[in-house]
Design a protein around this ligand. Structure first.
Ligand code: SF4
Length: 231
C-alpha cells in the first residue's frame, strides 16, 4: 500500500478481497497519478458540484459553477436569495437545470432551517446523522450524499457509483445485482478507513470507468487488464 496514506499496510484487513482491491488501487494510481478530487475551493462549492454533476459530465458542471462564481453566488445566502429562474440560467450548462435548481434550493433550505445557515453545523454532525439529513433532501440519493460526506465532511465513507459497480462486477468481486450497501461494505470491511485513500480510490475508479470500462470495455489498454476477470 502506498505510503501516501496515513495508515500503513499492516492495517489492511488481511483478506483476499482487501488485497485485490489494493492491487487495483495501486495499478490505477501508478497509471493515472493523483486525481485531486474534489476540485472545489470550499465545502459548499463541492456540494453544489455534487448536485450539478448528476447525469452530466464534469466539463459542463465547471461552466455552471464558473457562472455562479462570477455572480458571487457560491454562498448559502446567494443561493437562497436568488430566484430559481435566474439561478437556472446560470447553471444551464449542467443540464436538467430546473430540476437541479430545485435540488440546490432544497439543500440550502436544509442548511437554513436545521442549521441556521451554518454548513459547518451540518458537516460536524456524526456521519450517520449527516447522511440521514442529506438523504431527507429531495433529489439527494446515496451516491450524492456519500460524496458530500467523503469530500466535504472528510469522513471515511466509500462512495459507490456505476463505474465502481461495473468494474468490480467484471472482475468477479461482486455479483452483477449487488446493491449499493453491499458494494460499499466490501470496501469498508477490507480497507483501512483512510479518508485520503477513499477519496483517491473513488476518483481513480471513475476515471477507469470513463476511459476504459465503458459499456463495451477496452480491456487490452486498461491498467487493470492483468487483474483476474470473471465476466
Ligand atoms: S476495461 Fe476491462 S480490464 Fe479495465 S476495468 Fe473494465 S473489465 Fe477490467
Amino acid at each position: 500500500m502506498s505510503s501516501r496514506y496515513t495508515r500503513g499496510a499492516d492495517e489492511i484487513v488481511a483478506t483476499p478481497t482487501g488485497s485485490i482491491l489494493m492491487e487495483i488501487h495501486d495499478l490505477l494510481f501508478t497509471a493515472f497519478g493523483p486525481q485531486n478530487w474534489w476540485p472545489a475551493e470550499t465545502d459548499l462549492e463541492m456540494m453544489i458540484g455534487a448536485i450539478l454533476t448528476q447525469n452530466t459530465s464534469w466539463n459542463n458542471v465547471e461552466k455552471a459553477i464558473q457562472n455562479l462564481k462570477e455572480k458571487n453566488l457560491v454562498s448559502i445566502k446567494g443561493l437562497s436569495d436568488t430566484p430559481a429562474p435566474i439561478l437556472a440560467e446560470y447553471i444551464r450548462p449542467a443540464g436538467y437545470y430546473n430540476l437541479k435548481v430545485r435540488r440546490l434550493k432544497n439543500l440550502i433550505s436544509l442548511i437554513q432551517d436545521k442549521h441556521d445557515g451554518d454548513l459547518n453545523s451540518l458537516l460536524s454532525l456524526d456521519t450517520e446523522t449527516i447522511r440521514k439529513e442529506l438523504l431527507s433532501v429531495k433529489g439527494i440519493g446515496l451516491e450524492t450524499a456519500d460524496s458530500m460526506i467523503l469530500y466535504a465532511a472528510g469522513r471515511a465513507l466509500f462512495v459507490v457509483d456505476t463505474y465502481t459497480h461495473r468494474i468490480l462486477s467484471r472482475h468477479g468481486l461482486i455479483e452483477e445485482e449487488a446493491g449499493y450497501f453491499e458494494v460499499q461494505m466490501l470496501f469498508m470491511d477490507t480497507l483501512p478507513h483512510d479518508v485520503e485513500l477513499f477519496k483517491e480510490f473513488h476518483a481513480l475508479l471513475v476515471k477507469t470507468g470513463k476511459d476504459f470500462c465503458r459499456r463495451k470495455p477496452l480491456c487490452p489498454d486498461c491498467p487493470l487488464e492483468k487483474v483476474n476477470r470473471e465476466a
